[in-house]
Design a protein around this ligand. Structure first.
Ligand code: VG1
Ligand code: CO
Length: 555
């Protein structure tokens, strides 16, 4: 096996964001761009202690355009950089939670996930790479900062002269007298087996074959084959239960983001009145997000996390209870109320799944979630879309036994009656000019001294700050994780700039108010939060600074 050292020039824009490096495909297609970033990762790993002689790398992606090209390159570079084996999902496919599971199950050294997740795909869309460490979770900031530093000074990368690898046929191919092996693995099997160990499949099967209607939308993305195996083959659901389940390189031209705006087709079906299915769900490009819908009913992700925590003991994997929960800072406090009642700890971390890893490794938390349609547990170290769908189905199966019927809406309403309702919404302003977005954030920060005690209509500001997180496990500190304005009555507004976009800036405004009175909980969130929305626009001067006053996406 001949190893070539190729001279290269650094790029200055390879800073990983909330979840890996995401750029337009055409940026990734620049000569050396992908190779530089991959080499910077390998250099970081070898400096941080080097690779064991049997080091294995797990590689797979969501099937978007450029996946196949990137996989071939990564395999050759892994060979040149001392890996003994690469496990790749058949056809280059692995969902993000499946990669996490494969890393853990086969104790591989780490993994590379090729995806820009919920971002659009195709030749004109986005591509991305994320590195996961040996616990199966996203690399922490200590590593991603180092990768960025290396990418700015890189001078050469190493690549082996290997033939094109057939990644469509299952099996192993060895090179260099057995020193390097590529193993093409069934992408679905191990993950489906894991799900079967966590949930009560016979009970879910009874539910799905007894007239209960579900609709799952894979949004032309990676979960299609997983859904086929799990819902149809193993759980006996009818073929009508699935839609958009064949992965395509551009996600059918759509935006593989499971929310009320982009999962429009599913939303239409679920809000079609009396004939709508009982349960609906969708997942994103790389399969780590989930949206949960009932018959004519939307479950806010923050509420979903709280409901799962409150009902965890109905599920075999969590029958003995959960150790603790964690949520990202902008996620609503609904789960905090459940944790308080269960008398378990609740942690508040910055946005991004990488911050949950230490807490799960230390056994402090079992369930984690983000308001951005991400929920999961310590069965992997990523958020997990299908896991959340199965969790809901397992809870529904327990609550819909012979003689008893319980809808998704009823589950939510009785949850609110018991715990109160954290009325919640997120407004996204996408593709605004970066300078204008920074100006908005700056403008809010300049009011930190004057805002406390100020009154805005029926709300009075208590405190405000820029969220910082102190990781109690490794002692690391992360600053500038979102600006919070906390009101006297417990409601709050959070402003944050997205770290996953690839065009201009995306400003997210998170709004939350608490309603303890069960006679007032069945309100439309936008209506209930209308006054706070106006306050947010006023404090931020969003319209004046960006010319925009209508969000691109409301969830
Ligand atoms: C967004 C979400 C965040 C999530 C991240 C990755 O980040 O807000 O909660 O962890 O996407 O999700 P940001 O920085 O754009 O707000 V995924 O499914 O795109 O990997
Ligand atoms: Co995703």
């Amino acid at each position: 096996m001949h190893i070539q050292t190729i001279i290269t020039q650094p790029f200055n824009d390879q800073k990983p964001g909330t979840s890996g490096l995401r750029k337009k495909v055409k940026i990734f297609q620049q000569t050396g761009y992908l190779e530089n970033f991959v080499q910077s990762i390998f250099d970081t790993l070898s400096e941080a202690g080097g690779l064991p002689t049997d080091a294995t790398l797990t590689v797979g992606g969501d099937g978007r355009y450029y996946n196949r090209h990137a996989i071939q390159t990564i395999i050759k570079m892994a060979a040149a950089n001392g890996f003994a084996r690469v496990i790749v999902g058949q056809a280059g496919i692995f969902s993000t939670p499946a990669v996490s599971h494969i890393i853990r199950k086969y104790q591989t050294f780490g993994g590379m996930i090729l995806s820009a997740s919920h971002n659009q795909g195709g030749v004109h869309g986005d591509f991305g790479i994320k590195y996961n460490i040996s616990n199966g979770g996203p690399a922490p900031e200590k590593i991603t900062d180092e990768v960025f530093a290396k990418s700015k000074v890189i001078t050469a990368y190493k690549i082996a002269d290997l033939p094109e690898i057939d990644i469509d046929t299952l099996g192993e191919t060895s090179f260099d007298g057995g020193n390097f092996t590529v193993q093409v693995m069934n992408a679905v099997q191990d993950y489906a087996d894991l799900m079967q160990t966590l949930f009560d499949f016979p009970a879910i099967k009874r539910l799905l074959t007894s007239g209960f209607q579900m609709k799952f939308d894979a949004m032309h993305a990676v979960t299609g084959p997983y859904a086929q195996e799990i819902f149809i083959n193993r759980l006996g659901a009818s073929a009508h239960s699935l839609m958009n389940c064949v992965p395509s390189e551009d996600f059918g031209g759509g935006h593989p983001d499971p929310n009320l705006t982009y999962a429009e087709d599913l939303v239409k079906i679920m809000f079609s009145g009396e004939t709508a299915p009982d349960f609906g769900a969708a997942s994103d490009g790389d399969g780590d997000r989930n949206m949960i819908l009932g018959k004519n009913f939307f479950v806010t992700p923050s509420d979903s996390l709280a409901v799962l925590a409150a009902n965890a003991t109905l599920v075999p994997a969590y029958v003995h209870g959960i150790a603790g929960v964690a949520r990202s800072m902008p996620t609503s406090g609904a789960v905090d109320r459940v944790a308080a009642k269960l008398n378990i700890p609740c942690y508040e971390t910055p946005t991004g799944w990488k911050f949950f890893g230490n807490l799960m490794d230390a056994g402090k938390v079992t369930l984690c979630g983000e308001e951005s349609f991400g929920t999961s547990s310590n069965h992997v170290r990523e958020k997990d879309g299908l896991w959340a769908v199965l969790f809901w189905l397992n809870v529904l199966a327990q609550k819909n036994t012979a003689g008893a019927a319980c809808s998704v809406e009823q589950i939510l309403k009785s949850h609110w009656t018991e715990f109160g309702r954290n009325v919640y919404s997120r407004h996204d302003y996408e593709t605004i000019p970066t300078d204008a977005a920074n100006d908005v954030m700056q403008h809010i920060k300049t009011q930190f001294a004057s805002l406390p005690n100020q009154k805005f209509g029926s709300y009075a500001v208590k405190t405000c700050d820029d969220f910082s997180y102190h990781d109690s496990i490794d002692g690391s500190v992360s600053h500038n994780q979102g600006v919070r304005i906390l009101f006297v009555d417990g409601s709050r507004i959070v402003f944050r700039l997205s770290g996953t976009g690839t065009e201009g800036a995306t400003l997210r405004i998170y709004l939350e108010a608490f309603e303890p009175d069960s006679t007032k909980q069945s309100v439309d969130a936008q209506g209930a939060l209308a006054e706070m929305i106006q306050i947010a626009l006023k404090i931020s001067q969003l319209k004046e600074k960006t010319g925009r006053d209508t969000p691109t996406v409301i969830t």
